[in-house]
Design a protein around this ligand. Structure first.
Ligand code: SAJ
Length: 420
């Protein structure tokens, strides 16, 4: 059966909502993009992405020039509503669903028979059912899933988690296979119609709870595998072996594919999502919890390594290269490098020179320290006694070899081994 998708209201124009809105609009759908931040609304209406992401500027400009994407502070009626708001965790690491609740409350008065509501935000198991229940309470005259009667639903509800990699979002949004988790089979059909507008990957239908867990499992899988690599880096440090070479050689085995150790695991997804599994089944998530702990401990280990080397100098100057949560992005959320620099600055070396080619100012967590300066990469390296490579940004590969050979280098990324 065909379902018309002429207008889509995307609630939340963040890292996922904005590329999704722009992609739908570039395919001729009328898109209303909603965001509580007036600066985001203004930037989107001017056709300017407010964060760097390859090809997003082109896509956004095309969408706004065609007049198909309009950003606003309040949702408007549409055929489909896509909720792409943050789902962070609270101080006790329990999931914070307040943004999902706020989005539900904002769209509820606009819902009409025939609509589909899609939750894209990464969510603990049960969130989509909770969303449907909340909407049903706000609009008792409409039929929402789960259906306890034979009549067809008025509003369909589904969970279709995003799975795009920052840095490759525009391509992956279209090309990756998509999990379509309907609260009923009809809900999945309605939701799939929205993605069929642009999807080149395959849609896979399932129920909403399975889709919720699938998304969390994907990121927990990566977290556990990165934890294995990070644990190997600690073991190799104790044994005086080169972890990069150990992994490179182990990976020559046809059934071994170890990931890379680093300064820790950052970003808004992998460092957060495993906790949603742990909080719903704490007794049974032992490996997932341990992986989180191993990865969370890595920045402290790297900071201690740097401090130990710095103590050998009378007035140490340390260059810290990279602040972002991963290579070649400017995203600082949950960045292990920031945690390392902050730990060092507290009573550590006298001067810390921070270089990150994607940043023009120090983040607020570091700006208050008198012993931290933002610096050009080469200038930082030339003034330093110790060079700590915290993020394998591509431009760091162009640092002249002789500049590094003259200094103590602590490379948390494998960049100098050629693998970072
Ligand atoms: N990292 C390592 N070693 C590695 C790979 C990554 O230390 O071998 C570190 C990175 O430096 C970074 C962190 O892990 O600090 C996460 O980086 P990432 O590139 O693995 O993932 P994200 O957080 O940018 O995006 C992930 C992706 N999930 C998976 O690959 C399973 C992406 O597909 C998801 O859409 C995204 O999370 C999300 O939004 O959930």
């Amino acid at each position: 059966m065909e379902y018309p998708v002429k207008t889509v209201c995307v609630v939340g124009l963040g890292y996922i909502g904005l590329p999704t809105a722009a992609t739908l609009a570039s395919r001729g759908v009328e898109v209303i993009g909603v965001d509580v931040n007036p600066c985001v609304v203004a930037a989107v209406n001017a056709g300017q992405p407010y964060f760097p992401e390859p090809d997003l500027d082109m896509l956004l400009r095309a969408a706004t020039t065609l007049g198909k994407l309009r950003a606003t502070a309040r949702p408007e009626p549409a055929d489909a509503f896509v909720i792409a708001v943050p789902t962070p965790f609270n101080d006790d690491r329990s999931p914070n669903l307040s943004y999902v609740d706020a989005a539900a409350d904002a769209i509820a008065p606009l819902l009409a028979s025939g609509n589909v509501v899609i939750l894209e935000s990464t969510s603990p198991v049960g969130t989509t059912a909770r969303l449907a229940k909340r909407l049903a309470r706000l609009r008792p005259e409409l039929r929402f899933p789960p259906a306890h009667h034979t009549k067809p639903l008025d509003v369909h509800v589904a969970h279709c988690p995003e799975r795009v990699l920052p840095g490759r979002m525009v391509r992956e949004l279209i090309e990756n296979d998509r999990i379509i988790g309907g609260m009923t089979e009809a809900c999945a059909e309605h939701a799939e119609a929205v993605y069929r507008v642009f999807l080149q990957g395959k849609p896979f239908r399932t129920d909403a709870s399975t889709a919720e867990l699938v998304k969390l499992v994907e990121n927990a899988y990566r977290d556990v595998n990165i934890a294995f690599a990070n644990e190997l880096s600690l073991i190799c440090d104790q044994l005086g072996l080169n972890v990069w070479q150990v992994i490179e050689l182990a990976n020559r085995h046809p059934r071994v594919a170890i990931l890379q150790p680093g300064a820790g695991v950052g970003g808004h997804c992998i460092a957060v999502d495993p906790w949603f599994i742990i909080s719903s089944a704490p007794e049974r998530s032992r490996l997932i919890r341990t992986a989180r702990e191993v990865n969370d401990a890595k920045p402290g280990f790297v900071a201690a390594q740097i401090r130990e080397r710095a103590e050998r100098f009378k007035h140490p100057v340390v260059a810290c290269l990279g602040l972002a949560y991963k290579p070649d992005v400017d995203d600082l959320r949950e960045s292990p490098a920031i945690a390392i620099v902050a730990q060092l600055a507290r009573g550590g070396p006298e001067r810390i020179l921070v270089a990150d080619p994607n940043l023009r100012a120090l983040p607020k967590e570091l700006a208050a320290f008198p012993n931290i300066e933002l610096c050009d990469t080469i200038a930082a390296v030339r003034q330093a006694d110790i060079v700590a490579i915290l993020v394998a940004h591509s431009p760091f590969r162009r640092i002249p070899q002789e500049e590094l050979l003259r200094r103590v280098v602590i490379d948390a990324t494998g960049l100098t081994h050629g693998s970072g």
